[in-house]
Design a binder for this molecule. Structure first.
Ligand code: NAD
Length: 440
């Protein structure tokens, strides 16, 4: 793998200087751009494509008032970043979280462009968010925030322009409110407008298999890549950071494939059982109580013990930047599969590299979610319904081909899997810009 320390000597500096980026090594956006520039250098990507990708096409920032239950009005801040649409409409989730910031949303939008290109689905990258903790407001307030956010960005999105989806803190129900608001607006009262958002409830245009799609994609990727590093899914030990939509489903699927989940941590605490944690029972407990705390038949452990648990595969599926140098130093695993986006900060990445831990990057590992979102959009567009089996089969085909392409690129370029996945995405985006040219 290429150590991050030497990467600073690569010509990425010329692009970041040209665009006037701050030289802040801890800035998540710069970290994402630098990864792209390192991969661009490996494949000799054209300068014009590098500078186009280094900045999002549109940065939309909105403020909107919402009437709260007690009658007063509160002002909310929202974002929609449209990073790139060379390969198709902007695509990416929006999150409700009280720690939503412009640079983070920009990075996540950037990663969506790369992710869609890795799996070769005809979408670009976008991301949105509202600075709000959904746990702090009532169900009615949540609905009004969603509807006002939708109306605030409505003119800049659309079923063939920019298609949001769920992310941290947003659910299928929120997608239904979002679609309804969009369709009720004067100029979009036709049913096809349902395609403006994916991750909807199955009753209202959603796809079979969307809920588990990201976890399923992580499992499909691992099944394809682990034999190459001598790990058999049957009998392998796994630890999970986060047990929400992605890892809650991913844990159950890996368990069904024969893996043993030995440690789990979420915002309510950490648990360990070296003989295995029953992920199906844990999922039900989590749905009932909102966290893993209080689950029986396991040891409650501290953060350090969780990270030090010896496993074959560690799967971070919580928030960004949680794996810093300290956590990376604690980890005792052979492979890390990034279910969350950008789970490591630069110091964490360097430490993992030093320790020789193989990292399967998020733009590949968690691409299952957006891939099934694409299937949902295709089904809505054609007014058809796919069976769960068809969704699983098509998802598996996309994930396997993307994993094989990444491994092939890694062997050719002699680089890390992260650089290889970015290189594979850039191969595709570079080809698109080459054939379509740059307007005018
Ligand atoms: P979620 O909200 O369902 O779950 C998040 C999990 O993180 C929860 O278990 C929560 O307890 C845990 N968590 C939060 N703060 C924590 C802390 N300080 N310490 C430990 N755990 C903590 O979110 P999700 O949909 O599962 O998404 C998880 C990650 O995967 C995010 O980075 C998201 O962007 C990414 N992702 C999600 C999808 C998707 O389809 N949902 C697709 C691609 C990527």
């Amino acid at each position: 793998m290429t150590p991050a320390a030497t990467a600073t000597e690569l010509p990425r500096g010329s692009v970041t200087e040209e665009l006037g980026f701050p030289n802040d090594p801890n800035n998540l956006y710069l970290q994402t751009v630098n990864t792209m520039l390192d991969a661009a250098e490996l494949i000799n990507l054209k300068h014009r494509t590098r500078i186009i990708l280094a900045q999002p096409k549109n940065e939309i920032m909105v403020h909107f008032p919402v009437k709260m239950d007690d009658g007063h009005h509160k002002l909310f801040k929202g974002y929609r970043i449209q990073h790139n649409n060379a390969c198709g409409p902007y695509k990416g989730g929006f999150r409700f979280h009280d720690d939503v910031h412009l640079d983070d949303v920009k990075s996540l939008a950037f990663l969506m462009t790369m992710k869609c290109a890795v799996v070769r689905i005809p979408f670009g990258g976008g991301k949105g968010g509202v600075k709000v903790n959904p746990r702090d407001i009532s169900h009615g307030e949540l609905q009004r925030v969603t509807r006002r956010y939708c109306s605030a960005i409505m003119d800049q999105i659309g079923p063939d322009v920019d298609i949001p989806a769920p992310d941290v803190g947003t659910t299928a129900e929120i997608m239904a409110w979002f679609a309804d608001t969009y369709m009720m607006s004067s100029s979009h009262q036709h049913h096809d407008a349902l395609r403006v958002v994916t991750g909807k409830p199955v009753e209202y245009g959603g796809s079979a298999g969307r809920l588990k799609a990201t976890g399923q994609g992580v499992a499909d990727t691992l099944a394809e890549m682990l034999p190459g590093v001598g790990i058999d899914i049957k009998g392998m030990k796994v630890s999970l950071l986060g047990f929400g939509n992605v890892n809650g489903w991913g844990g159950q699927i890996l368990q069904d494939m024969g893996a043993t989940i030995v440690a789990v941590m979420d915002h309510t605490g950490a648990i360990r059982n070296d003989n295995g944690i029953d992920c199906k029972a844990l999922y039900e407990h989590n749905m009932k109580t909102g966290g893993i705390a209080g689950f029986e038949g396991v040891d409650v452990v501290d953060e350090e013990t969780f990270y030090r648990t010896p496993v074959d595969v560690f799967i971070p599926g919580a928030l960004e930047q949680m794996i810093q140098e300290k956590q990376a130093a604690w980890l005792d695993c052979k492979v890390m599969a990034e279910a969350a986006n950008a789970p490591c900060d630069p110091s964490g990445e360097r430490k993992l590299d030093e320790k020789g831990i193989e990292v399967i990057p998020a733009i590949l590992a968690n691409a299952g979610g957006v891939t099934v979102s694409y299937f949902e959009w295709v089904q809505n567009k054609n007014a058809v319904t796919w069976s769960a089996e068809q969704v699983d089969r098509e998802l598996n085909r996309h994930m396997v081909v993307a994993a094989q392409r990444t491994m092939e690129r890694r062997n050719q370029l002699k680089c890390s899997l992260r650089e290889a996945a970015f290189a594979s995405a850039l191969d595709h985006i570079g080809d698109v810009y080459r054939v379509r040219g740059i307007f005018p």
